[in-house]
Every structure is written in structure tokens, then in C-alpha cells.
Design a protein around this ligand. Structure first.
Ligand SMILES: [Zn+2]
Length: 340
């Protein structure tokens, strides 16, 4: 099969890879309808994370089950499925508490390389969620978005305790930040402030439910959020970047007693203990347990109540994955969808 492999920073190639097979009775093999490039794929692409050997890329996937192992009960060949970037049993104590990305049996899908024609999904019963019927083709991008960016934005909003009557600020205008705006609206937020200085992204944020746009960053951005909230700060702030600046911007834009949901993968973030102590801000985040939300998200998509697939503003054949990475790296695209 064809699949994307990262050889070195900036060097993504689509080449022949070994076809996946059932290795354990709990596995499924899925033929991918679509896959995509994640903001987190850009860390190794930019050389910020080390690339020491050719690595299959991709951890977002949706498609049709081709084959299942002998112990798989909840999905069968022919069904359309979506799964998260960590395979999980969905039965251990941690999973049942809603933290499937910390499952005691978790397996990272990224190591298997979902930017490919086919994917082996471990722990298929716990990991995969089937759609009620074969979805119309125009729903595929939204179902793919549920695999990571929607689920991650959703968790960011839930972790930030977004709810009716609340003012929410979102730091980061990538796909996750934009979908945190969509999540905040679905969860009933009264006011949603998107922090972005890129016009196409501001427009999409408004379409997803943002009521205000703040273009300033850092301390100026914090001051703008305070201006908009009677000097108090937002009740809920979603951090969807993962840098020191964005994390401190999120914490300082939150009012005492408020909540930060942080879902940007932290790179070099160090928190000042004394400032945190006096801030009275709750922090909760981490790798989003997307599996917790998948049944609800798949239902919202299949009943056409939400359309998160609009974050894909570039669609390419899988063979042009390298251009998909370049476009995101240069911020010409918000998110690239790849068709195997
Ligand atoms: Zn588990």
C-alpha cells in the first residue's frame, strides 16, 4: 500500500509500505476513506522533535473495516468507523473514568502511520465507533475531524468547564482552536472570544460561533480579554497551541476561580508556581480522551447538527502529502485532508 513516511525535517515521501494485517485477535484493519495532516505532525516536520529514522506518519483516520480479528465483537467488516489517536480498551478503570488516552493498555496509532491506504487498529472493540449507516461522502471530512481535532477542541472546552452563561476565550486559531469555538457554542457558552490575527481563520471562527475576535497576543491579548470581561478575565479559556507564551496568555486571561483547558501539546512550557498559586485558576488538559466524546460527536455529525469538516481548506491525493505538509507549515492551509 501507499503511505507517507517522514525521513528528515521537511522531507515527507509517499512510498510503498507493508500492507497491515491482523496481528492480534483484537485488531481490525481499516481501509481509509480519508486521513489528514495534524498540527502536531509539524513538530517533527520542522525538526523541533527529533527524527532519527524514517517514520510512518499520521494518526487521524476514518474508513471502512476490511477485516477483524477473532475476538472483535463490536465492529464488523463493511462498517464505516472512526477512532482516536490512541487505541484504548475502553474497559479499564481509567477508560471508564473517561481518560481513554491514559488507558492502561493504550497504543499510539501514530506509530502505525494513518497517512496511508490502510491501517491496523489495535483494541478495535474499545477504539472504534461505527456510524449508523454508510455516511454520504460529504460527511467524511467531518467524521475524520472527529478522530482528533474536533475531539481535542471538544475536550479543551469541557476541561475549561464551558457552559451556559459563560464567557470563553480560545487561544490558538489552528484547527483545534477553531473547533474549540464550535464546541463552546454547542456547550452553550454565552460569549466566545477567538484570538486570531488571520482573516480566513477569523471568518471560520465566526461561522463556528465566535462572538468576538481579539487580534492582540501576549500581554496585550490578555489586556483585551480583560477589557471585554469587565476587568475580570474569561470564565473558561481553551489553550490550543502549546508554547510558553500561549499557556501564560491562557492562564492570565482567566478570572479567579475560572478554568483553563489546555490541549496544545506542551513544548518547553514551564509554569511559575507563585503566580499560579495566587491566580486561583484551575488547570486541566492533556492528550484529549477523544474516545469519550466520539459516540456523541459521530451522532451530531451524522444528523448534520455540526459541520467540523470545514476546517479542511485543502484536499489532496495522498500521493501529494508533501505539499499538504508544506501548505500547513507555511500557514497557507489550516488543515490538509488526504484522499488515499
Ligand atoms: Zn483502558
Amino acid at each position: 500500500m501507499r503511505g507517507a513516511v517522514l525521513y528528515a525535517p521537511g522531507d515527507v515521501r509517499v512510498e510503498e509500505r507493508t500492507d497491515p494485517t491482523i496481528e492480534k485477535p483484537t485488531d481490525a484493519v481499516v481501509r481509509l476513506a480519508a486521513t489528514c495532516v495534524c498540527g502536531s505532525d509539524l513538530w517533527p516536520y520542522r525538526g523541533i522533535e527529533a527524527v532519527d529514522r524514517p517514520a510512518p506518519m499520521g494518526h487521524e483516520y476514518a474508513g471502512i473495516v476490511e477485516e477483524v480479528g477473532g475476538d472483535v465483537r463490536s465492529v464488523q467488516p463493511g462498517q464505516f468507523v472512526v477512532g482516536s489517536f490512541f487505541a484504548s480498551d475502553n474497559t479499564c478503570e481509567i477508560c471508564r473514568a473517561g481518560y481513554q488516552t491514559s488507558c492502561i493498555h493504550r497504543e499510539p496509532v501514530g506509530a502505525l502511520g494513518a497517512q496511508a491506504e490502510r491501517l491496523r487498529v489495535p483494541l478495535a472493540d474499545g477504539t472504534l465507533v461505527a456510524t449508523p449507516d454508510l455516511p454520504a461522502d460529504e460527511l467524511v471530512p467531518s467524521l475524520l475531524a472527529a478522530s482528533d481535532v474536533l475531539g481535542t477542541g471538544w475536550f479543551g472546552a469541557v476541561a475549561a468547564e464551558v457552559g451556559p452563561g459563560k464567557t470563553v476565550a480560545v487561544v490558538g486559531d489552528g484547527a483545534v482552536g477553531l473547533l474549540a469555538v464550535l464546541a463552546a457554542r454547542q456547550l452553550g457558552a454565552e460569549r466566545i472570544i477567538a484570538m486570531s490575527r488571520h482573516q480566513p481563520r477569523q471568518r471560520l471562527a465566526r461561522e463556528f460561533g465566535a462572538t468576538d475576535i481579539v487580534t492582540e497576543r501576549g500581554e496585550e491579548g490578555v489586556a483585551r480579554i480583560k477589557d471585554l470581561t469587565g476587568g475580570l478575565g474569561a470564565h473558561s479559556v481553551v489553550e490550543a497551541v502549546g508554547t510558553q507564551e500561549s499557556m501564560m496568555q491562557a492562564i492570565r486571561a482567566t478570572r479567579p476561580g475560572g478554568h483553563v483547558g489546555y490541549v496544545g501539546v506542551a513544548h518547553g512550557v514551564e509554569l511559575p508556581g507563585e503566580e499560579l498559586f495566587f491566580s486561583h485558576v484551575h488547570l486541566h488538559g492533556g492528550p484529549a480522551p477523544v474516545r469519550r466524546f466520539l459516540p456523541e460527536l459521530v451522532d451530531l455529525i451524522c444528523t448534520r447538527q455540526i459541520d467540523p469538516g470545514r476546517v479542511f481548506d485543502l484536499e489532496l491525493p495522498l500521493d501529494q502529502a508533501a505539499e499538504g505538509y508544506r501548505a500547513m507549515d507555511e500557514r497557507r492551509a489550516i488543515k490538509t485532508l488526504l484522499r488515499p
